[in-house]
Design a protein around this ligand. Structure first.
Ligand code: PEP
Length: 252
């Protein structure tokens, strides 16, 4: 059975002491029962990953980086490599978040290189895809997502692809307070699973965890997560408070 995951993307928020406090609160509220239902991943700013991973390892949850370099090592000032992230015990990495695509001009060709780096160093990529509002209004959202997956992921071997987690994050839903309806999420997740089955096979498609992200909160999570092809969530704003993050995990 495929894994259910709830991952929190803190983005560029929290000072060191605030991060420490939030991690301790999450650890405190996570029960064995919750941890048996979902894999919980916290993605703080890279600066706090070591601290986060120490707390996570002691308390049954996992950590993820929000980004990584497409390069192995060397003269790339300011970058953080997959090997560095892995060397402190981190297991996941978000790749292709819409904010990186928009503000840092990351293309699917570049994201493909990042995915390869992640896999080479045994990090699980949480690959983000999704359309902007204009594209949905033009009814080209399926084509947009298809192209993102084809360029960045579909050259992977079946064995490599089996290690990928996908997050469908319609850009118009991220940080806006307007979530995709459960039906819209289910429709796109089914479509993504069909693309995977066509490119690889049904077994791999059925085993791929596909998360929903975009203004997911304690209120809308139960209905979103009850959709058969929604396997959890990538949570931004609502992961910045322990109570709301845990509330979302309870919806799994
Ligand atoms: C995100 O940044 O991945 C995200 C889903 O943000 P939010 O939950 O705040 O919409």
């Amino acid at each position: 059975m495929r894994k259910k995951i709830v991952a929190g993307n803190w983005k560029m928020n929290k000072t060191f002491s605030e991060a420490e406090m939030l991690l301790e609160e999450i650890a405190e509220l996570l029960t064995d029962d919750l941890l048996s239902k979902a894999t919980v991943v916290v993605c703080p700013p890279s600066l706090y990953l070591e601290l986060a991973d120490d707390i996570a390892a002691e308390n049954g949850f996992y950590t993820g980086a929000q980004n990584l370099s497409d390069k192995e090592s060397g003269a790339y000032t300011g970058e953080i490599s997959a090997a560095m992230i892995k060397s402190i015990g981190v297991d996941y990495v978000i790749i292709g978040h819409s904010e990186r695509r928009t503000y840092y001009h990351e293309t699917d060709e570049l994201l493909k290189e990042k995915v390869l780096q992640a896999l080479k160093h045994e990090l699980t990529p949480v690959f983000c895809c999704g359309e902007v509002l204009d594209q949905r209004n033009q009814s080209i959202h399926f084509d947009v997502v298809k192209k993102q997956l084809e360029i960045a992921l579909f050259d992977l071997s079946p064995e490599e692809f089996s290690k990928i987690v996908i997050a469908y994050e319609p850009v118009w839903a991220i940080g806006t307070g307007v979530n995709a309806t459960p039906a819209q999420a289910q429709e796109m997740h089914t479509y993504i699973r069909k693309l995977i089955a066509d490119r690889y096979n049904k077994e791999i498609a059925d085993e791929t965890t596909i998360l929903y992200g975009g203004s997911c909160n304690e209120k809308n999570a139960p209905e979103l997560f009850s959709q058969p092809d929604v396997d959890g969530g990538l949570i931004g704003g609502a992961s910045l408070k322990a109570e709301s993050f845990i509330g979302i995990i309870k919806a799994i």
